[in-house]
Write a protein that binds this ligand. Structure first.
Ligand SMILES: O=C(CO)COP(=O)(O)O
Length: 130
């Protein structure tokens, strides 16, 4: 399963902290990570293998939306910063709309993402044992 990761600048540290907490679980299952450019660089530095797309403001969110529309993603984790402005807000809205159009799970905060990651890693672990 492919998981897309995106974090606004004010939430990048939260993303790295979150993923690091699930490193063992994620490494034990068949999960591929894809991320917008700068988020991907942070994740890579934390020791994860990740496919990096364009930076968000340069089209990275749109690339993730295209992957979602083509059913290439099992889950999107997007830690948005609700206290900051973003020049590419239309792309952000478009990504969230595409997730709803195609019924793609989208976690926009760590509490939701934790529930999803725990569920997914348990299910994948179970399937890999079958
Ligand atoms: O802007 C973003 C999400 O809207 C994230 O993009 P970066 O990961 O390139 O900073």
């Amino acid at each position: 399963m492919k998981i897309a990761l995106i974090a606004h600048d004010g939430k990048k540290a939260d993303m790295v902290h979150f993923l690091s907490g699930f490193k063992n679980e994620l490494q034990g299952v068949n999960v591929e990570l894809v991320a917008t450019g700068t988020t991907g660089s942070h994740i890579e530095k934390a020791g994860f293998k990740v496919q990096k797309l364009l930076s968000g403001p340069y089209g990275g969110d749109a690339q993730i939306a295209a992957m979602a529309a083509q059913k290439e993603l099992g889950l999107i984790i997007f830690f948005r910063d609700p206290l900051d402005k973003h020049p590419h807000e239309p792309d952000v809205q478009m990504l969230m709309r595409i997730c709803d159009v195609h019924n793609i799970p989208l976690a926009t905060n760590p509490a939701t993402a934790e529930i999803m990651i725990k569920y997914i890693t348990t299910q994948l672990e179970w399937n890999q044992k079958l």
